[in-house]
Design a protein around this ligand. Sequence first.
Ligand SMILES: [Zn+2]
Length: 252
Amino acid sequence: MDLTDLAWPAVAALPKDTPVVFPIAALEQHGHHLPLFTDSLLLGEIVRRVKERFSKTIVFAPLTWLGNSDHHLDFAGTLSAAPRTYLDLLNGLAENFVRHGFNRLVFINGHGGNDVPGKQAVFELRQRHRDRSDLLFLLATYWSLGAKPWETLPALQQREMGHACEWETSMMLKLAPQLVGDFRATTPVEAGNPFTPAARGWITKDRTMPGHIGSPHLATPEKGEHLLNVFAAEVAALLERVIAWDGRSWNG
Ligand SMILES: [Zn+2]
């Protein structure tokens, strides 16, 4: 179900254990060859593919395109909600639906910069409602759900999500090739080792001058279709688990 298409009495009449999904993405620089709306377009497509399976069982809020992209602000066009603003935004979205009585709230994320504030938001939500045992707050980033897309398509060279990289460029070639610039002219930018496994604070220009990280020149639309399929399947599997949750257990 699309939240945008429902009248309020229809929302009020839904079983309160109906999961509510908030897709969250960004509008930020994606190198010289991809549009600013890349993360929102890609997550929108993954959610579109997933939604068909849950047309009667899950409410999907419209995609929130404004994300936390402060680390990209050295690149023109990027729009960002500052980290604390974004944290409040996510808390508020979820609180609205707690107020409406729903108890399974899921952020599906399509932008790396949303990961830390998203996890903080679900942490804070649980602390605030600590007297409730029936609440489930989740944050899931679509490429971090365990998929190893290269195992079923060995032509994929990257082993992790970069930025405007082989993976994102491939998915954009499948989804909106008319928006993809000269990706073949790009030079690979390695992810490097920033004191891993420590977490290092960074801004994007610490890592890349053109704006991409990874190997966009390797992109093909066939790789893109495979990646979209694999990621949609991972998100769908998670949502099946949310539906199957018994409403109280730690395990899900
Ligand atoms: Zn991206």
